[in-house]
Design a protein around this ligand. Structure first.
Ligand code: SF4
Length: 335
């Protein structure tokens, strides 16, 4: 079988044509590609902790951590190394292979990066993969984090370039591309995706995926979030996205970035189990696990465990994820 080709030259028309396929045809194609590159029954599990909450000067219209919106979020300072370690150990005990740490900064100061580097080294020593999302980074800051043992850096494109100005005014789309370039140049893996259901059109969802797939390297991790509406944010009250359109977005992401891990992220709390199952069939193979996703709710751990059992899914360990699972290995594992 010839594996799907990794491309970086997708046109908007090609991507829109994938979105327009009959639903079953799209899912069949996406699942076929998924099986070429991944074990269809394995799901990578990450846990996300907010290590510095709220008080952010940016104006992302979906975000309850922006200081300018009245959302009831209490700003908290950067957590201590010991406090983060305790949570990382608990996440590991609950089955997480990667620990993601988020801080609500526009861009960290060098002294913040030095503290996070200390935290990263300590978490890494527990045997967990590490990921951080701290806002815009300079090249030197990315190097510092890489030296500390950081594996992934998360920085989302959020939405299509042409819709970006509707959502964020305090920084530009190009700023995001610049940070991603610094992250790649430092040798860090990139975790980069976006949010759907923010009032964008299907064409603009295609535009987000086009921007992701045509990056110089496909992000190793592609989080696809569904907007979580939070009272006090400008996007509260936005018309809810049809769940099948969300599944289509996952399927198209899988077709465009065959080797990447596609993650169901924010919005799982609002998604019923059947929709999640469709997402896993369409090519999603990672979730965030745990009760909180930064500061919004996530399905509880017990519910996720039951869902995994009902769907015969199992957690992917770190070693497997770092290499492509070939079809022959897969057949022997699944048999
Ligand atoms: S998404 Fe990040 S940068 Fe934007 S307001 Fe929230 S914490 Fe700040």
């Amino acid at each position: 079988m010839v594996a799907a080709v990794i491309r970086h030259d997708w046109t908007r028309e090609e991507i829109s044509a994938l979105f327009a396929l009959p639903f079953n045809e799209l899912l069949h194609r996406a699942h076929t590609v998924h099986r070429e590159y991944h074990d269809p029954n394995a799901i990578q599990i990450s846990t996300l902790l907010s290590i510095k909450t709220g008080g952010c000067p940016e104006d992302c219209a979906y975000c309850p951590q922006a200081a300018r919106y009245d959302t009831g979020v209490q700003a908290q300072k950067l957590m201590s190394v010991d406090a983060v370690l305790e949570r990382a150990q608990a996440a590991k005990n609950a089955g997480a292979s990667r620990f993601c740490m988020g801080a609500a900064w526009r861009s960290p100061k060098d002294r913040d990066v030095a503290k996070v580097a200390e935290i990263v080294s300590a978490v890494k020593a527990l045997g967990l993969e590490t990921c951080a999302t701290l806002g815009m980074l300079s090249g030197e800051q990315a190097d510092t984090l890489k030296t500390a043992g950081l594996d992934y850096y998360n920085h989302n494109l959020d939405t299509a370039p042409e819709f970006y100005g509707e959502i964020i005014h305090t920084r530009q789309f190009q700023d995001r591309l610049d940070t991603l370039a610094h992250v790649r140049e430092a040798g860090l893996k990139t975790c980069c995706g976006g949010i759907v259901g923010m009032g964008e059109t299907r064409e603009q969802r295609a535009g987000l995926l086009q921007a992701l797939v045509n990056l110089p390297e496909h992000p190793q991790s592609v989080p696809i979030n569904q907007l979580v509406q939070v009272e006090g944010t400008p996007l509260n009250g936005t018309e809810t996205l049809d769940p099948f359109e969300f599944v289509r977005t996952i399927a198209v992401a899988r077709l465009l970035m065959p080797a990447s891990v596609v993650r169901l992220t924010a919005g799982r709390q609002q998604m019923d189990d059947a929709v999640q199952a469709l997402c896993f069939f369409a090519g999603a193979n990672s979730i965030f696990y745990g009760e909180k996703l930064l500061i919004t709710k996530n399905p509880d751990v017990e519910h996720d465990r039951r869902l995994f059992t009902r769907l015969d899914l199992y957690p992917l360990d770190i070693v497997e994820e770092s290499s492509t699972v070939h079809a022959d290995i897969l057949e022997s594992r699944v048999a």
